[in-house]
Design a protein around this ligand. Sequence first.
Ligand code: ZN
Length: 117
Amino acid sequence: MEEEQLREIRKNLLKMREEVLLEAERAYAASQSLGKDGVPDIGDMSSNSYSQEVLMNLSETQRVRVRDIDAALDRMDKGVYDLCARCEEEIPSRRMEVRPFSRYCVDCKSEVEKFGE
Ligand SMILES: [Zn+2]
């Protein structure tokens, strides 16, 4: 895969990740302000425990999404992003563009779906 294309996909993944976390943050702020006297007391918390709390507010779908994004970014760092996790063949970049979390080539994907990983 072209360096340029890889950079583009990474940018998109980071943006997606940010959007999911932002969504969770909003949900968290909303739940906080509903709780007590209508004022979220986010200022009292250390930023660390704040992001922990935010992460706990992620729905199952959002959690899976963040995990998939992190896994994809991790594969990028290791330089194996577009290599199939099963047969280690290069996955066509067209497929990675459409499905940026793909871990398998089309052939392996259908095998995995039939017989498990
Ligand atoms: Zn494969």
